[in-house]
Design a protein around this ligand. Structure first.
Ligand code: PEP
Ligand code: MG
Length: 577
């Protein structure tokens, strides 16, 4: 079976499918022979716990409503031990070697089909009771232990097949076991895709129904560059994939020589290339790949991996200190939390959930939850003594928010100083990712120390296209004239006030788009560390004066297709040179 989606993290991975359904909270995988016993025991334990609970419920109902109302639970107790459910599930675990949750689910489907065919209306209604009992057993299976632990005994590399998956789930897994990741939803700037690139796990998104059609345990080959997903590939396909993999690895190795070289154009314009990282420990690796610093640390990933504890000042201080120290004296830019409300409230920290795109998120949320914001700022200011740090605010929509955020920084600095701790001066900048911020960039530039253009959000809000929805990804167009004009506006505003302007969205990592950005006058970029060697190679072959010519030509084009045509015409002869 061949599936085709959007390649969102290059590389080739082959492994056994592990299916995760977030919609139904179902995790399906095949276990090796050695773990069959473990799954049978988990099933028995969950049944025993369910039995205790149902007995307890039955006693309560009998007390408050009378024994005649408690009979329903007698039926549930019988079902818990009914051979139709128990033996069937156990034999699915044994024969198909499925994990207990999915074996139980499979057994339920078979039993439900049987009840549906029953002539007797009473029997047909029992379907709901069985589902209730099964739901309880599944709940107890989940409650026992961390699901990530279940992966530990599984054989070989795994391909995670999910309907949708949040970065926090990925953060909990052992990445070294992940050969690849495929999702039904998502696109290039889906946060999970960004994370996959940063941990160098090949990924394909936007597959629509992969989690329904790929069976747990199937052998799956994933090409994260082309978006190809092949289920149970035959030998000749495997051979073709192996050749592709070797070719790609050779290409990557050929880029190695660029890691240590300066990022400078052929005509001598120095470009600063920094890395986007999601974990403090990744900074050193990013520098090894040739980054000059960390241009974007997405601090909310601390919540994804650390949960509630990550919100405390102390734990954040330790994380920022580690980040700054592993950057070894290079500049580090930390973006304050860019999450939506449930993820930032103490009691819910680390919970899954997408950002509310136009709701309470980013700087708006930090300003609304002062205590949490202050803890983050204090941690950052304290960490700043360990190396050059900049603080950046996400989702700023205008000058008022910047002023409020700066006032919050001043308050945090005061309270750290009151403890007798030194606070160095820390540049404070703004992400330009909301159209209103771009349009008032001249005003913001008077009060910000730097800008970083977040093209991922800027494009989606300028063009009104949800960046995570693959169905409209055709309209997500970085080459739209509106985007080029907006970026030019921001670059100019920065130049006039002499503040640095970087681009940290995914646009910067595309060699062709980066050429255009250089032409628009940008000289700082932050991207996934893996993209840095190729960016250096492109820059060293590029004349900034040519890039300016192409940018001017592109700015005259009326449609994204026209811009693309102008770009290809320009780049094609140059490649031949
Ligand atoms: C952006 O919006 O371009 C950006 C870099 O931030 P994020 O992808 O985390 O929204
Ligand atoms: Mg953003």
């Amino acid at each position: 079976m061949h599936l085709k989606g959007l390649g969102v993290s290059p590389g080739i991975g082959i492994g056994r499918a592990l299916v995760l359904k977030r919609a139904t909270r179902e995790l399906r995988f095949r276990v090796p022979e050695s773990l069959v016993k473990r799954e049978l025991e988990r099933f028995d334990d969950a049944r025993a716990r369910s039995r205790d609970q149902i007995q307890h419920i039955k006693a309560r109902i009998a007390d408050s409503a009378g024994t005649e109302h408690a009979y329903l639970f007698d039926a549930q107790l019988l079902m818990l031990d009914d051979a139709m459910l128990v033996d069937r599930t156990a034999s699915i675990i044994r024969q198909e070697r499925l994990n207990a949750e999915s074996a139980l689910q499979r057994a339920l489907e078979q039993i439900s089909a049987f009840f549906e065919q029953a002539e007797d209306a009473y029997l047909r209604e029992r379907k709901g009771d069985v589902a209730d009992v099964v739901g309880r057993i599944v709940m107890n299976l989940r409650a026992a232990g961390d699901p990530a632990d279940l992966f530990k005994g599984l054989e070989g590399p795994l391909v995670l097949v999910a309907d949708e998956i949040t970065p926090s789930v990925i953060a909990q897994l052992d990445w070294s076991r992940l050969a690849a990741l495929v999702t039904d939803v998502g696109s290039w700037t889906y946060h999970t895709a960004i994370l996959a690139r940063s941990i160098r796990v090949p990924a394909v998104a936007g597959l629509h129904n992969a989690s329904a059609v790929i069976l747990p345990g199937a052998n799956v080959a994933v090409d994260g560059a082309t978006g190809e997903v092949i289920v149970d590939p035959d030998d000749s396909t495997l051979a073709r994939i192996a050749t592709q993999r070797r070719r790609r690895e050779a290409y990557e190795q050929s880029l190695d020589e660029y890691r240590g070289l300066a990022a400078v154009t052929e005509d001598g314009v120095a470009i600063r290339l920094e890395a986007n990282v999601e974990a403090p420990g990744d900074a050193a690796r990013a520098l090894e790949r040739g980054a000059e610093g960390i241009g974007l640390f997405r601090s909310e990933f601390l919540l994804a991996s650390g949960g509630q504890a990550a919100l405390t000042e102390e734990s954040q201080y330790a994380a920022y200190r580690q980040l700054i120290e592993s950057a070894g004296g290079s500049r580090v830019t930390v973006r304050t939390f860019d999450v939506s409300e449930p993820q930032l409230r103490i009691e819910h920290a680390g919970v899954e959930g997408a950002r509310a795109p136009l709701g309470l998120r980013g700087i708006r949320l930090s300003l609304a939850l002062d205590e949490i914001f202050q803890a983050q700022l204090r941690a950052l200011l304290r960490a700043a003594v360990h190396g050059p740090l900049r603080i950046m605010f996400p989702f700023v929509s205008g000058v008022d928010e910047l002023r409020d955020a700066k006032a919050a920084v001043a308050r945090a600095a005061e309270s750290v100083r009151a403890r007798g701790v030194d606070v160095p001066s820390v540049p404070v900048g703004v992400m330009i990712e909301v159209p209103s911020a771009a349009l008032t960039a001249d005003l913001l530039a008077e009060e910000a120390d730097f800008f970083s253009i977040g093209t991922n959000d800027l494009i989606q809000y300028c063009l009104a296209v949800d960046r995570t929805d693959d169905r409209v990804s055709r309209l997500y167009e970085p080459l739209h004239p509106a985007i080029l004009r907006t970026i030019r506006l921001v670059a100019r505003a920065g130049r006039r006030r002499r503040i640095p302007v970087a681009v940290c969205g995914e646009m910067a990592a595309d060699p062709v788009l980066m050429t255009l950005l250089v032409g628009l006058g940008l000289t700082e970029f932050s991207m996934a560390a893996g993209s840095i060697p190729v960016a250096k190679r492109v820059l060293r072959d590029l004349r900034a004066s040519d890039a300016r010519t192409i940018a001017n030509r592109s700015l005259r084009a009326k449609t994204p297709a026209d811009v693309e045509k102008a770009l290809t015409q320009f780049l094609a002869p140059q490649e031949k040179r």
